[in-house]
Design a protein around this ligand. Structure first.
Ligand code: SF4
Length: 443
């Protein structure tokens, strides 16, 4: 596609540059550019970067490029972003620019896999989209709040445009803007938002990027190719109508079950990235899994009746299938840290055999066991007696044995008694819930 720049576009580009310059010089507040690697945020970064390059050192103020890594980015996008950030970083150092790149990621317990496989959160839907907050909003907000604490206030530059959708346009028009065209951030106090390309159309964005190479040592070719591939080699503008829009990124997480089909992933596969097929198969399966009542607990986390979290066998199955996909694509999809957290969570709920670690190691990972809790022959005898005479669940007995013989072998530590009592109550409660679920299932 060849988008020509005409006189009208030239005026728009110049007036946007003037606007950015005016805001920059209006105060000493640091800037944070939210960068996703997509075309809109690349354009904003480029415009700001070009302006900063043109300044004298005395005119500098801190500028941050904030990028959020959900840790479930499509691998091909992850590679592109890593490459582009490295090029930008080299250029910043070479030119001694006052720009700092900050990459944020979710806390391990908030990661997609720890929530889904560790705690059993059902795969996200449009109505229960728990992921956006954990994977994107929280980590970015934390980083921005830190900058606000250091500098008292901040200006956040976004690549949002009214042309993206009617609802985006309505939301942007409903905001209250200061005379400088800034609006307060709805969640972060002391952060003002600037959307310098809010009035640009998609064609104008592409026309600019096609006509103007980035100021760092690169071209926009790889980005344009990604868009082209993601739309299956059709006109890249089509992508904007079909791809999930989430947190400003055009490419959703590869695990995203909010969309019916991951069209961008399918586009990559159609245009030569067949190795990504196992990811697509896994995603499609995961989307269906939440609808399978046999995979869900019958009780919600708040104790009410209804489809609850993924149950024990579902979590184990998802985990195995993920590791299988990982093996097929030959690339790590879940970190050791996440696997250890999942194990920790399973241990609290139902698993003392460290089966997550065992399974991961069977798939070629090398994760150390956490507490080597093995039942002695004597323990086995006690267990068998109790199970036979009192019809207790083996997991319940094992969990209690583990608590009293291993985790709280000494009660001399301050608070140990109270913690032991609390944990015993928890395992009994979980066992009762499991029994109830099993009874319901058997009816
Ligand atoms: S892209 Fe999908 S999975 Fe990722 S945060 Fe957004 S809604 Fe959730």
């Amino acid at each position: 596609m060849n988008l020509k720049i005409n006189y009208k576009e030239d005026i728009l580009f110049d007036s946007t540059r003037d606007h950015i310059r005016k805001i920059y010089f209006s105060d000493r507040r640091p800037w944070v550019i939210a960068f996703s690697g997509g075309k809109d945020s690349t354009l904003v970064l480029q415009l700001v970067y070009e302006m900063i390059e043109s300044l004298e050192p005395g005119q500098h103020k801190p500028v941050y490029v904030l990028i959020s890594d959900t840790q479930v980015e499509p691998p091909i996008i992850e590679d592109y972003i890593d490459k582009i950030l490295q090029l930008i970083q080299w250029d910043i150092v070479k030119k001694e620019l006052p720009i700092k790149i900050i990459k944020v990621k979710p806390e391990v317990e908030d990661s997609f896999w720890c929530k889904l496989i560790g705690k059993g959160y059902p795969s996200p839907t449009r109505w229960f989209r728990w992921c956006t907050s954990y994977l994107k909003i929280r980590p970015s907000r934390k980083a921005i709040e830190k900058i606000v604490r250091d500098h008292s206030s901040v200006i956040l530059l976004l690549g949002t445009r009214k042309d993206e959708s009617i609802s985006r346009k309505n939301r942007m028009e409903a905001r209250e803007y200061s005379s400088k065209g800034l609006n307060p951030h709805h969640e972060i106090p002391d952060a003002l938002v600037c959307s310098p390309i809010s009035d640009w159309t998609t064609d104008q964005v592409w026309a600019f990027l096609q006509d103007t190479p980035p100021p760092w040592d690169d071209s926009h070719d790889s980005m344009v190719n990604l868009y082209r591939q993601a739309s299956g080699d059709e006109c890249h503008l089509i992508l904007d109508l079909i791809s999930p829009s989430c947190g400003g990124s055009r490419f959703g997480c590869w695990t995203c079950t909010v969309v019916k089909k991951d069209l961008s992933m399918q586009g990559f596969i159609r245009t030569g990235e067949e190795w990504m097929q196992p990811l697509n198969v896994f995603r499609d399966w995961l989307k269906e899994a939440r609808e399978n009542s046999d995979m869900r607990s019958r009780v919600r986390r708040d104790g009410s009746d209804g489809p609850g979290p993924f149950n024990e066998s579902a979590r184990k199955k998802i985990f195995s299938l993920l590791l299988e996909a990982e093996k097929k694509v030959g690339r790590i999809l879940i970190s050791d840290e996440e696997i250890r957290y999942i194990q920790h969570q399973w241990q609290k709920e139902f698993d003392l055999e460290e089966s997550a670690i065992q399974v991961a190691n069977q798939y070629g990972r090398d994760i150390k066991k956490m507490n080597n809790f093995n039942l002695s022959p004597g323990d086995h005898e006690i267990m068998d007696d109790l199970i036979a005479s009192m019809e207790l669940q083996p997991e319940l007995i094992k969990n209690i044995l583990y608590l009293v013989t291993k985790k709280y072998a000494s009660l001399d530590v301050y608070g140990a008694q109270a913690n032991l009592k609390r944990e015993i109550a928890n395992v009994i409660e979980t066992a009762a819930l499991n029994a109830q679920t099993q009874d319901d299932h058997d009816l």
